[in-house]
Design a binder for this molecule. Structure first.
Ligand SMILES: [Cu+2]
Length: 160
């Protein structure tokens, strides 16, 4: 029993040092932005989740005062057909990072509650299991922002 108690204490200490003593939050949000599309089309939201703690942390929900509907999606391309599927959670391993991307995880932001355009900022609150919610400010960018144009290393140099 004594051994078991010691283990629990160690866990609690580990958690608090990750978020308290060093002043580093357990979960940090970086590179937060939205690809705005015209005509009230759903916008894709992208963030990088940085887990500084010793435990896995799962993103389980997202909400925003700027969109009536926010969901967590994953894009998948199978047999040349791209589709988006809702995701229940995204688990970020201890001391790991998950980067959202057009061909991967994204937030689906629908029904904006105010007129938005590139240059604005929107606010999204991310709920985590076992960790405090984090509100991030996302930069609204134009439709062409962040498109993942593959580098073409095989292209011959056309200049002579
Ligand atoms: Cu989507």
């Amino acid at each position: 029993m004594r051994f078991r108690h010691a283990l629990v204490t160690a866990c609690v200490l580990g958690l608090s040092s990750a978020s308290g003593a060093q002043d580093v939050p357990a979960m940090q949000i970086r590179n937060a932005w939205v690809r705005w599309l015209p005509g009230n089309l759903p916008a894709g939201g992208y963030v990088t989740l940085v887990n500084n703690s010793d435990q896995p942390i799962s993103l389980i929900a997202a909400s925003s005062p700027d969109y009536a509907l926010v969901s967590i999606h994953r894009s998948r391309t199978t047999g040349g057909i791209s589709q988006m599927l809702p995701v229940n959670k995204i688990t970020v391993g201890a001391h790991s990072t998950v980067e959202f991307a057009a061909q991967g995880y994204h937030l689906m932001l629908e029904r904006p509650t105010r007129a938005l355009r590139p240059g604005d900022r929107v606010s999204v609150t991310l709920q985590f299991a076992g960790s405090a919610a984090v509100t991030a400010s996302l930069a609204v960018r134009g439709p062409g922002a962040g498109t993942e144009m593959p580098a073409m290393p095989g292209m011959p140099d056309m200049t002579h």
